[in-house]
Design a protein around this ligand. Structure first.
Ligand code: AKB
Length: 315
């Protein structure tokens, strides 16, 4: 089974895709992991193994890559995130939904065996209880991105129940990494702040000081992604998406953590349209189902993450 595993990562040049590709190539061998994206990735991805230029919304091209490389597992990481999706609603809907249907239909037709599809805390909305948000609760997302993720979750569960498709998903919080920048999200400030702290010792934040959101360092996100994909089938009891948590903080708290390394760092606040998106999301997440079902455990908290970010970005 392991010998015949061949993985396709769609969206391999993005924030999660870049690190996921490196991790899986390390684990399974460079030739077993096919990276793909609409645009080329960094040197490490392009040079370490096979790469395909691929539009995730084009069924024929996706099917061709799947068949040519005899793919068994697909990680579908291509998506338009919350802030950009508010600017291009139809484009976001088309990308986020059609890419998912392409992969679900290939699995229904037995052309692939297993799918990872990322959901998000954006599936929750302004009427959801904000603290320790439960796995099953009120879900009335008010953003284009959130609506696409909530709909996607319903379809994943439907394909699992109706066609036996092995699809696995987690609701990512905001993700922080130093290798690749995120693009178009509301939680992106928590990456940008480190870059600006190192370069200019100043940051103007597009969210207000007290906007607490669930967040996670990329190493934990990769651990969760691979962890859920490697769990035995019966362990996966939730086929829409699992809540996932590591830490929660607000801009004032991340700034205080940065000041421990850069004492003269200054933060100012100038909230824009992303404030309303952030205000519609939970502040913290209850992820006990993921911990119980497939052994999820986070490792990295705010101060440790700050130390890793600053050390690596300074290089
Ligand atoms: C975003 O901010 O849009 C994403 C997310 C929380 O899914 N990082």
């Amino acid at each position: 089974m392991l010998l015949k595993k061949r993985i396709l990562i769609i969206g391999a040049s993005g924030q999660i895709g870049t690190e996921l590709t490196a991790h899986l190539r390390n684990k399974y061998g460079n030739l077993k992991v096919i990276a793909s994206d609409i645009k080329e990735g960094d040197d490490a991805i392009m040079k370490s193994g096979p790469f395909e230029i691929l539009d995730a919304t084009d069924y024929d091209t996706v099917q061709d890559v799947v068949m040519r490389h005899e793919i068994t597992d697909v990680y579908l990481m291509a998506a338009m995130l919350s802030a950009t999706a508010e600017k291009f609603p139809m484009k976001a809907w088309n990308l986020n939904m059609n890419s998912l249907f392409n992969i679900l239909n290939l699995a229904r037709d037995k052309k692939i065996e297993k799918i990872f599809w990322p959901s998000s805390i954006a599936v929750f909305g302004p009427t959801t209880p904000k603290v320790n948000t439960a796995q099953r609760t009120v879900m009335e997302p008010s953003t284009v991105y959130g609506i696409s993720k909530q709909t996607g979750e319903r379809w994943c569960e439907y394909y699992s129940k109706r066609f036996g498709v092995d699809v696995r998903s987690i609701r990512y919080p905001g993700l922080i990494s130093y290798k690749t920048l995120p693009g178009g999200g509301t939680t992106d400030y928590a990456v940008d702040i480190y870059h600006k702290a190192i370069k200019h010792k100043k940051y103007i934040c597009f969210l207000n000081a007290k906007t607490t959101l669930p967040m996670m360092f990329i190493d934990d996100a990769i651990k969760a992604t691979v962890g859920i994909m490697e769990a035995e089938g019966p362990e996966i009891k939730i086929r829409n998406a699992y809540n996932l948590a590591a830490m929660s903080f607000n801009p004032e708290e991340i700034a205080a953590s940065i000041k421990k390394h850069i004492p003269d760092f200054e933060i100012k606040f100038n909230p824009d349209f992303r404030q309303e998106i952030a205000d519609s999301w939970p502040q913290s997440i209850d992820d006990q189902e993921a911990r119980k079902d497939w052994g999820w455990k986070h490792s990295i908290a705010l101060d440790e993450m700050t130390e890793i970010m600053i050390r690596n970005l300074k290089k």
